[in-house]
Design a protein around this ligand. Structure first.
Ligand SMILES: Cc1cc2nc3c(=O)[nH]c(=O)nc-3n(C[C@H](O)[C@H](O)[C@H](O)COP(=O)(O)OP(=O)(O)OC[C@H]3O[C@@H](n4cnc5c(N)ncnc54)[C@H](O)[C@@H]3O)c2cc1C
Length: 326
C-alpha cells in the first residue's frame, strides 16, 4: 500500500564522470517545462534489478536548468544493483521518472546557514549552496570527503562559494569536528545536512550537545547500510506458526507484503515510520537503519521500520493483520 506518485517518461541526454565512481546524468522529461523545483528535491527512477522493476531515488543537482534534470549517481558495489543499472545506461536511453519532490524544508529568513555534505551527499546540498549564495546569505559549506580526487563538483562549488567552501579531506587529515563547528554557530543558524547515517548520528548528537533546537538541523538521508552486515534473517509472525526468510537482497517490507501481510508504507527510507511494526521477541540482534525512531526507542526494540531495518537471527513480529478480520 502506498501513496500515489506521478510518473513521466524521459530521455537520458548526457552522462559525465565527475570522480571515480560518481557519474552525472542529464535527464529530460518528455513534457519538460523547466519549472523551478523546491530545494532538496529528488526524483524517483525506475531501474531494473534481476529483471524486475524497482525504484531508486536521486537528488536533483543544483537549481533548475532549461536543459533538463541533473542527477549524480555513486556506483554502490555491494548493493542490490540500482546504481549499477544506472551506470550501464547510455545517452538516448528511455527512463520513467517521477516529478521532483522535496522532503527538505528550508526557510530563507535565517541570518546564518551551515551546509554539511558527506561524499555523494553533496547532490542535494549543491542547489542549496547555489540558492543561498545567490541571495547573498551568510552560508558556509563543509564538504567531508575521503580525498579531493574523489569529490564531485569541487570546482563548481569553489567558484560559487570561494572561502565559504571548507573541504575536509580524510587523506589530508582534515577531519570535520562537528562539536567545534556547532558550538561556533550562532543561535538561530539553520543547518542542512546530507551524508552517511553514522555521520548524521554524530551530527545529531553534536547539534543537541551544542544546545541548538533539533528542528534547526534539517537533513536528507539516502538510506543506510546499517551497522551489521546485510545478511539473510528470519521473521516469525506472532501466534501464526509462520516463519518467513528475508533474503539478503530484499527488504522485510517487500517480503511481508508479497506474502499478503499488507504492511503500510510510504517513504521506504526509514524516515516516515509508516511501516513500523511491533516486535515481540528478538533471538539475535536488530539492526535499526531508520532515522524515524529515537536512540532510546531503538534500544527498546519494541518496533522496527520494515522498509530499511534488518536483523541477525530470528525476530518475532506482530503485523496486526488478523486473518479472521479480513
Ligand atoms: C531521497 C534520496 C535521494 C538520493 N539521492 C542520491 C544521489 O543523489 N546519488 C546517489 O548516488 N544516491 C542517492 N540516493 C540513494 C539511491 O536511491 C540508491 O539507494 C543508491 O543508488 C544505491 O542503490 P543500489 O540499488 O545500487 O543499492 P542498494 O541495494 O539500495 O544498497 C544501498 C545500501 O544498502 C545496503 N543493502 C543492500 N541490500 C540491502 C537490503 N536487502 N536491505 C537493506 N539494505 C541493503 C547495501 O549494503 C548498500 O550499502 C538517494 C536516496 C534517497 C532516498
Amino acid at each position: 500500500m502506498r501513496f500515489i506518485e506521478t510518473w513521466t517518461p524521459a530521455t537520458l541526454l548526457e552522462t559525465r564522470d565527475l570522480a571515480p565512481g560518481i557519474r552525472e546524468f542529464l535527464i529530460k522529461p518528455d513534457q519538460f517545462d523547466g519549472a523551478a523545483y523546491a530545494l532538496g528535491s529528488h526524483i524517483n527512477v525506475t531501474v531494473t534489478i534481476n529483471g524486475q522493476p524497482e525504484t531508486r531515488s536521486y537528488s536533483l543537482v543544483g537549481e533548475v536548468s532549461s536543459r533538463g534534470l541533473r542527477i549524480a549517481v555513486r556506483r554502490a558495489e555491494d548493493s542490490r544493483g540500482g546504481s549499477r543499472y544506472m551506470w550501464q545506461l547510455a545517452p538516448g536511453a528511455r527512463l520513467d521518472i517521477t516529478q521532483p519532490s522535496s522532503l527538505l524544508a528550508v526557510d530563507w529568513t535565517r541570518e546564518n546557514y551551515c551546509l554539511i555534505a558527506g561524499g555523494i551527499g553533496i547532490t542535494p546540498i549543491l542547489g542549496a549552496a547555489q540558492a543561498l549564495a545567490r541571495r547573498g546569505a551568510d552560508v558556509t559549506l563543509h564538504y567531508a570527503v575521503r580525498s579531493r580526487g574523489e569529490a564531485a563538483y569541487l570546482d563548481e562549488l569553489a567558484a560559487m562559494l570561494g572561502q565559504r567552501l571548507v573541504v575536509h579531506a580524510g587523506d589530508e587529515g582534515r577531519r570535520l569536528d562537528l562539536d567545534a563547528l556547532f558550538a561556533s554557530l550562532p543561535r538561530g543558524a539553520l543547518t542542512l545536512f546530507c551524508g552517511p547515517m553514522r555521520m548524521l548520528d554524530a551530527a545529531r548528537h553534536a547539534w543537541i550537545g551544542a544546545g541548538h533546537p533539533l528542528t534547526d538541523l534539517r537533513y536528507e538521508t539516502f538510506g543506510s547500510s546499517g551497522s551489521l552486515p546485510t545478511e539473510m534473517f528470519r521473521v516469525r509472525l506472532k501466534d501464526s506458526g509462520v516463519e518467513i526468510e528475508i533474503p539478503r537482497e530484499r527488504s522485510m517490507l517487500d517480503v511481508l507484503n508479497a506474502a499478503g501481510h499488507e504492511v503500510m508504507f510510504d517513504c521506504k527510507r526509514g524516515e516516515c515510520g509508516l511501516c513500523a511494526i511491533d516486535v515481540v521477541e528478538v533471538e539475535g540482534e536488530i539492526d535499526h537503519r531508520d532515522v524515524f525512531f529515537s536512540d532510546h526507542q531503538k534500544e527498546s526494540n519494541q518496533k522496527i521500520c520494515a522498509c530499511v531495518s534488518r536483523a541477525r537471527g530470528i525476530i518475532t513480529v506482530d503485523t496486526l493483520l488478523r486473518v479472521d478480520a479480513v
